[in-house]
Design a protein around this ligand. Structure first.
Ligand code: 5GP
Ligand code: ZN
Length: 113
């Protein structure tokens, strides 16, 4: 049995607030949001990080479809939003299952800290 928290969410073994799902990804609300809209988009298969992603897979297509649908649903498509992937230690990746943060609903700073 997997110990990966995001695999457990994907498999509905632990609860989460799922907002969108397609063949490639599940998207759910971050448990510790840092913006009014903070959604995590996660592949259904376990991939540790973007460095391990099979580039012949269509996972990123599923991610892009999720971003477009969720941004419209959450009414942040027009005003703008940010998509973040933290990869590895220096970037602060804390869950070793590939995920993209979709952040919106407030002004963002650049560069990030
Ligand atoms: P990272 O720092 O790896 O880029 O982001 C991991 C994110 O996962 C964090 O924003 C954290 O709040 C979120 N997270 C960690 N555990 C859980 C959980 O059990 N449920 C949900 N919904 N989010 C989680
Ligand atoms: Zn996993």
């Amino acid at each position: 049995m997997t110990e990966c928290i995001f695999c457990k969410i994907v498999n509905k073994e632990i609860p989460s607030e799922i907002v969108y799902e397609n063949d490639q990804v599940v998207a759910f609300k971050d448990i510790n949001p840092v913006a009014p809209v903070h959604i995590l988009i996660v592949p259904k298969v376990h991939v540790k990080s973007i460095m391990e992603l099979d580039t012949s897979s269509n996972i990123l297509n599923g991610v892009a479809e999720a971003i477009q649908k969720i941004a419209k649903d959450q009414n942040i498509a027009c005003e703008g939003f940010r998509v973040v992937n933290n990869c590895g230690t220096l970037a602060g990746q804390s869950v070793d299952h590939l995920h993209f943060h979709l952040l919106g609903g407030r002004a963002m700073q650049w560069p990030p800290g």
